[in-house]
Design a protein around this ligand. Sequence first.
Ligand code: CA
Ligand code: CA
Ligand code: CA
Ligand code: CA
Length: 467
Amino acid sequence: MRSSRLRAGLALTGVLALCACGPGPAPAPSPQAGPSTAALSPSPAGPSTAVPSPSPAGPSGTPASPSPPVSVSVPAREVPRGTGSTLTDDVNGDGYADAVIVSERRERNRFLTVLYGSAGGLDPERRTVVEAGDGVLWTSGGSWRARRPDTADLDGDGFADIPVLLRTEGDWPALRILWGGPLGPAEDGLSPVVPVPDAERVTSDWPAAGDFDGDGHADLALGIPDLSASGSDGGGYVLLHGPFGREGAPRDTYVGQSPRTWWVVADRMAPGRRNMLVVHDGDDGEQTGAVILPRVPPAARTYRLGPGNAIATGDFDGDGTVDVAVGDDGGRNDEPGYETLGETGAVTVHYGRAPETPVVMRVPRIRGKLTAGDVDGDGRDDLVLQSGDRVEVRTHGLSTTRTLGELPCPPGKLPQFPVAVRAGDYDRDGRAEVLLNCWSYIFGPDPQRWWMWRADGPGVRFDTTGF
Ligand SMILES: [Ca+2]
Ligand SMILES: [Ca+2]
Ligand SMILES: [Ca+2]
Ligand SMILES: [Ca+2]
């Protein structure tokens, strides 16, 4: 649950007021709680159980003591050698999009895996596994955003890079960049800490990648958590403008105000297009709202979104403008009436042509996050969502529902269910494949089971044993 992270931030800054949580323990899980409530029990090895003690911040807000260098171990196999491309998710630059996933293992820290695309699609044998020594990929006990890191070519060398939040012993989580290259990430491919204004507060969630100023260089955005219940302490977002240097420094930095913000989402990058930013409110487990900033810094009208902790962007009607889908991820808080408090049971779509008149799709027992991609290649993005125990995809302008079929999770001590993590056209046939895994509320499962689902053929199942 996000509140554990906010509490960490509060302890860090000495601000003691906190929304509607009360003085009691962290909210208990609700039966239909979704993935956003991941930290219901802190993970045994997760950073939420070991909040680093604060280190004094300098006047600029950057940490007073730089984090130590972290070397990464990079077992890699069958990686196709690339020469560079313009795709924002092509880590080895061979012209095929690659999928970055984060997995957990009981006896190891979380690790990041790049699965490489090819004409034959993703093959779990063709991969790079990245482990950061004693560093821990920060998830704040299960933050969903850490499970599908954004990628972008941040230094402009033709290889997509992976911004990561990494915590090392005794340090607050810090933003670093895992550089792509001809054979994917390399042993020396982790940048020093990226300088971020007010770093201890800002680096509490994973960054969103986009070209926010439209100069053709990829930028990063991070949320500045608003620490007050009233949304009045000046939360907002930070833009780190690219290109980034190999030492991790952005070209320049911009801080924007947007009260109540905790985290941010950008739309998918496309050549010649500025990205927008969705700044999402904090929550105490319940569903909260967000604001669409069509331009950042705001130079145009902004749009308030209704409650929903699952956000996906795409062109769902195929008119060339970006649409935003907002879903109820199933999370509830522990206030009286929590079973239905903030419940929407719906996905609301704000179309780019008329964002102020959204369209509501009722989805019974909706939970989990939303994933967008054009799975049938008709030029319109489709929406993968979870309705009860079923994973469904809405196609044809979101008018048609199709189930993804049987996705059995192995038995375990905790209930597991299949969730879509990300989608992309990894074989360049014009149709997106969907990556799903088995998910439980706390650490694990170990090993993790994954599927690659495609609309037009058999999928592939694999688990992370041996990764
Ligand atoms: Ca590639
Ligand atoms: Ca790069
Ligand atoms: Ca830019
Ligand atoms: Ca489609």
